[in-house]
Design a protein. Structure first.
Length: 204
C-alpha cells in the first residue's frame, strides 16, 4: 500500500465530506415510494439475468415473486432450480413454446402468448406478489402476438405497490414511454462469435 501524507488525507476527507453532503441532500429530496415498471432491453446479454437478480433481492426482503416466460420453453435453467428453493415465495410459469424459429407455427405462438398474458394479468392482480417478471414480453410485442395498446394500458393500471419487470430486445416506444426505469443492455463483445456454445450456469 502506498504511503499517504497528512495533507493528502486531509484533502481527501474534505472532498468526501462535501460529496456526502451533496449525496445526503439528494437522497433526502426523494420522497415518492411506488411500484415501478422496469424495462430491460437492448441487444446485449443480461436482460433476464438482471431481472432474476432483482427477484433474489425482493425475496431477501420477504416479498413474493412471480415470473411468466413468454417465449422460452419449459426447460430447466439454473435460476429456476435455485429460486424454486424459496418454495411458494417464488412462482414460475414457463408459458412459451420456444423461439419462433423453432415452432414455425404462428397460430401456436399467438395462442401461447395469449395464455402467458392471461397468466401475467392474474399474477399482477394477486396482492401477494411484490414483483412480477414478464420475461421476453418484448419479443411477443415485437411480433404482434399481443395487442400493444391493451398490454401498455394494463401495465399502467397495475396496483400502485406492484413492481413489474419486462425483458427482451426491441422494447416498443410506447412501453418505454410509460416505464419508470429503462435499461438498454449494449453488446460490446460476445463469446458466441468465437464459437463458444451456450453453457450451464452462464446462458441457462
Amino acid at each position: 500500500m502506498r504511503e499517504i501524507d497528512e495533507k493528502q488525507a486531509e484533502r481527501h476527507k474534505a472532498k468526501m465530506e462535501k460529496r456526502k453532503a451533496v449525496q445526503d441532500a439528494e437522497v433526502a429530496g426523494k420522497t415518492v415510494e411506488k411500484g415501478l415498471l422496469v424495462v430491460n432491453t437492448g441487444p446485449g446479454k443480461g436482460k433476464s439475468t438482471a431481472a432474476f437478480g432483482l427477484a433474489l433481492r425482493m425475496l431477501g426482503h420477504g416479498r413474493r415473486v412471480g415470473v411468466v416466460q413468454f417465449i422460452k420453453g419449459a426447460w430447466k435453467t439454473g435460476e429456476t432450480q435455485a429460486l424454486e428453493r424459496f418454495g411458494d415465495m417464488f412462482v414460475w410459469h414457463a408459458m412459451g413454446e420456444g423461439f419462433t424459429w423453432e415452432t414455425q407455427d404462428l397460430a401456436r405462438d399467438l395462442a401461447a402468448a395469449e395464455r402467458a398474458w392471461a397468466k401475467a394479468q392474474e399474477m399482477m392482480a394477486d396482492e401477494s406478489f411484490g414483483l412480477v417478471i414478464l420475461d421476453e414480453l418484448n419479443i411477443a410485442l415485437r411480433y404482434d402476438y399481443l395487442d400493444l395498446g391493451s398490454v401498455v394500458a394494463n401495465l399502467k393500471a397495475r396496483r400502485p405497490d406492484l413492481h413489474v419487470v419486462v425483458t427482451g430486445r426491441n422494447a416498443k416506444p410506447e412501453l418505454v414511454e410509460v416505464a419508470d426505469l429503462v435499461t438498454e443492455m449494449g453488446q460490446v463483445k460476445h463469446h458466441f462469435a468465437a464459437g463458444v456454445k451456450a453453457q450451464a450456469g452462464i446462458e441457462f
